[in-house]
Design a protein around this ligand. Structure first.
Ligand code: BGC
Length: 504
């Protein structure tokens, strides 16, 4: 599958306007990110609602009533975690199918499939009468996420004028954060609606899903996708429409050329295993591991649960989740602003130190002041919330968006889509691991969990320092020459491919 993506305005400046049509297409497609974010944010609030627990997880509810017996373990239940994590496991499997659908049928139908999966999933979860229906619904939502997360970032990158592609890529992350925030707000209000507030909360995802479904009927297919499927005339027409200028020949030729090269690679997944693909491949996968092992989703999924653990009442806990959600959205703008100015490395390194300090402080306070029973004093609980917020800030302008941006800009065209699909599924895998394990880890490790994430942050900071090169300002198809070949470590994979093959 061919993808023409450029990172930051260094691509050849083809003539283009930011047309109203492109703008509408971007907004509609980005709703895929919003649904993803909504699903991330909603589960924590719902799993903290008593009506929901009573109905599906009576054992957890019983334990929660005796919470004073053990702070850290009241929510530890494999099935409860499966409610959250099943979505990511399904998304992991779905992203490989999505990659095939995306190249064989196009980005637009992939998004339509996503919205249909979302709608059925929402119906099943919001209307669930038993655990099987609930989990099955989450799995369908996961299919939606797998299809959406594969198609939307590629769609955005392909449809955007070259000079706006870097910023537009982060619009996806921005919509994810907005989705999380909306979910937090919905949780806050629906928690007061008894006994079916949780149904409203889960059903809320239908609104963006309907929007995506009908919206995706209006949007166009990307020129790259049309041309790679040999619909050259339609591709040219689409390009003219989205660019809003008559003279699109040069860009058209460049897409045809890129598609030609990409079509010579018969099996991009195999090509990914070749030495020359190693640097972006290894970095793309490790970025997902690191992004998730910052511990961010322990907060995004379980913020209300976490805040209750340190002694907030349910309402205060939900409200605190709204606050962290707002900080997440606002700080993403900082990322959009800085990513092409200070560069990727600065953001990764700065935030590693920043997040490390926050995790350590939170861990130390819990270690000292929160016993297995009892609650934190008001001042300490406040300090914990403040440091959770500061921590979220650091993530939102670094490992969050860059986890998606870097894999989309460092692969050469012929392996870009396959490489991105692997990155998406790795992300889902590690998200699954955290979703499934966090509550048990909290129960087993207690405050030590924050030191566990701190250790990972040290590892990722060191990795970023030595192995992640700066890609700011580098033209997307020049990574090999300008980034990998001069790099002290990665250059060993950049000898002529024949030499490397002989050496192996
Ligand atoms: C991550 C999600 C996370 C979100 C938080 C995304 O980049 O992939 O797992 O929940 O950021 O804003």
């Amino acid at each position: 599958m061919a993808v023409v993506v450029s990172s930051n305005g260094n691509a050849p400046a083809f003539e283009a306007k930011l047309t109203v049509y492109v703008f509408i297409c971007v907004v509609i497609a980005a709703f895929g990110g919003l649904i993803f974010g909504y699903d991330i944010g909603i589960s924590g609030g719902v799993t903290a609602m008593d009506d929901f627990l009573k109905e599906f997880f009576p054992a957890v509810w019983e334990r929660k009533k005796h919470a004073h017996e053990n702070n850290y373990c009241k929510y530890d239940n494999q099935f409860l975690q499966l409610f959250t994590s099943s979505l990511y496991l399904a998304a992991l499997v779905a992203s490989f199918f999505a990659s095939a659908v995306c190249s064989k049928l196009g980005r637009k139908p992939t998004m339509q499939f996503a919205s249909i999966f979302f709608l059925i999933g929402v119906g099943l979860t919001a209307g669930a009468v038993n655990l099987i229906m609930l989990i099955f619904g989450r799995i369908l939502l996961g299919f939606g996420v797998g299809f959406g997360n594969q198609a939307v970032p590629l769609f955005l990158s392909e449809i955007a004028p070259a000079q706006l592609r870097g910023g537009l890529n982060i619009v996806f992350q921005l919509m994810v954060t907005i989705g999380i925030l909306i979910a937090n707000l919905v949780n806050y209000f629906t928690a007061k609606v008894h006994p079916y507030g949780w149904r409203i909360a889960l059903g809320g995802a239908a609104i963006p899903a309907v929007f995506l479904l009908f919206g995706s009927l209006i949007i166009c297919e990307t020129p790259t996708s049309l041309i790679e499927r040999n619909k050259n005339e339609e591709g040219k027409e689409a390009l003219r429409k989205i660019r809003g200028v008559e003279d699109i020949n040069e860009e058209y030729e460049s897409i045809v050329h890129a598609c030609d090269i990409a079509s010579q690679v018969k099996d991009p997944f195999r090509k990914l295993l070749k030495p020359a693909s190693r640097p972006p491949f290894i970095i793309g996968m490790l970025l997902q591991l690191f992004q998730q092992f910052t511990g961010i989703n322990a907060i995004m999924f379980y913020a209300p649960v976490l805040f209750q653990t340190v002694g907030f009442g349910s309402e205060a806990a939900l409200l605190s989740a709204v606050i962290t959600g707002t900080i997440n959205v606002l700080s993403t703008f900082v990322g959009i602003y800085l990513v092409d100015k200070t560069g990727r490395r600065f953001l990764l390194l700065q935030s590693s130190v920043h997040m490390l300090i926050c995790q350590l402080i939170i861990g130390i306070i819990l270690e000292k002041d929160l016993g297995t029973t009892g609650t934190l004093g008001k001042p300490q609980a406040l300090v914990v919330v403040i440091f959770v917020c500061v921590y979220v800030m650091g993530f939102a302008w670094s490992w969050g968006p860059l986890g998606w941006l870097i894999p989309s800009e460092t692969f050469p065209l012929e392996t870009r889509s396959a490489g991105f699909a692997v990155a998406v599924s790795c992300n889902m895998f590690f998200t699954f691991v955290i979703a499934q394990a966090f509550l048990s880890m909290l129960c087993g490790m207690r405050s030590g969990i924050f030191f566990f994430f701190s250790a990972w942050i040290v590892v990722m900071g060191l990795f970023a320092m030595f192995f992640i090169p700066e890609t700011k300002g580098v033209a997307i198809d020049d990574m090999r020459e300008s980034v990998w070949k001069p790099h002290w470590f990665w250059k060993r994979y950049m000898l002529d491919e024949d030499d490397v093959e002989k050496r192996n």
